[in-house]
Structure formats: C-alpha cells, structure tokens
Design a protein around this ligand. Structure first.
Ligand code: HEM
Length: 146
C-alpha cells in the first residue's frame, strides 16, 4: 500500500506543478495582447484560454489526488492545514470561474473596454498565483492552527 500512497503523492505534486507553472505564461500573453494587432489578438486569446483550461484540469487532478491522500493516508480530513487548504481551494475555484471565464467571454463583445479587461486578467492571475503559493506553503509546512 505504501507504494500506492507514494505514487499518489507524486501525482499530487506533479499536478501542483501543472497548476502553478503555466500561470506565469499568462503575463507575456497579456502584454502581447496589449501591443498586438487584432488578428494576433484572437490567437493570443485562444492561447490564454488554453492555458487556463490546462491549469483547471491540473487543478482537478490536484483535488482528486489530495482527496485520495486524505482517504488512504495518515492525515485525517479535520487536520487544520487540510481544512484551511480546502477553504482556499473553494476560493480559487471562484477565481478561475468568475475572474477568467467571465472576463474572457466579455473580450469580443466589449473591444472598448480592452485595457480594463486586460488589467482584470492580470490581477486575477496574480491573486490566483498568491492563493496557490499559500496552499503550497500549507502543504509543505503543515502548520497546526488549532
Ligand atoms: C483539495 C485540496 C488538497 C488536499 C486534500 C491535499 C492533501 C494533501 C495531503 C494529505 C498531503 C500529504 C502527503 C504526505 O506528506 O504524506 C499533501 C501533500 C502535498 N500537497 Fe496537497 N492537498 C490539496 C491541495 C494542494 C494544493 C492546492 C497544492 C499546491 C498548490 C498542494 C501541494 C502539495 C505538495 C507539494 C505536497 C507534498 C508535501 C510534502 O510531502 O511535504 N496540495 N496534500
């Protein structure tokens, strides 16, 4: 059983890399959209969407593998760092859904608000990275809050 647990921890860490790493691609994409022509903009927007979709799928693997670790591992679900992580995870889902998808859908409809929308995308990306880094800290340090 130990090999299975280790395998899931490995998958969990790999999906954590997949959930955080590609987010840094969003910044060069955003600054290219700011400078680019409208043709290039469509391509860049679809690259942006592809990246957020990749991050979302990696996030699903992260949650599922995390839940398996709780079910089969030594940490009960009521451990304080697990509960805080779960709470932050819910917040992140709201961020990805409302912060990215809604703004991306507004792009073709509101060309006059392009700069405001790009600023929103940039802020959402940083907030999301911040949340993931806090969760990474909780996972590695496993602090006890109560
Ligand atoms: C649903 C949310 C999550 C649950 C239930 C969960 C659960 C767990 C558990 C139980 C472990 C302990 C493995 C062990 O040391 O035996 C672990 C390790 C780890 N988790 Fe999560 N996790 C979640 C989300 C995340 C997130 C969002 C990240 C990163 C952004 C992350 C990154 C890590 C890392 C890097 C480790 C390895 C830490 C170490 O071995 O010291 N996890 N996770």
């Amino acid at each position: 059983m130990q090999w299975f647990y280790t395998g899931i921890v490995f998958l969990h860490v790999l999906s954590a890399v997949g959930s955080v790493g590609p987010l840094f691609l969003l910044f060069p994409i955003i600054s290219r959209i700011q400078k680019g022509s409208s043709v290039e903009q469509t391509t860049l927007l679809s690259l942006f969407k592809w990246t957020t979709r990749f991050v979302m799928h990696a996030g699903h693997v992260l949650v599922v593998s995390g839940v398996i670790l709780i079910l089969i591992g030594p940490w009960p679900w009521y451990t304080s760092w697990v509960i805080v992580t779960l709470g932050l995870m819910m917040l992140s889902i709201v961020f990805l859904a409302s912060g990215f998808s809604t703004v991306l859908n507004r792009f073709p409809k509101e060309p006059e608000n392009r700069d405001i929308l790009l600023k929103k995308l940039k802020n959402t990306s940083w907030r999301y990275i911040g949340l993931l880094v806090i969760m990474l800290y909780l996972m590695v340090v496993k602090p006890s809050f109560w």
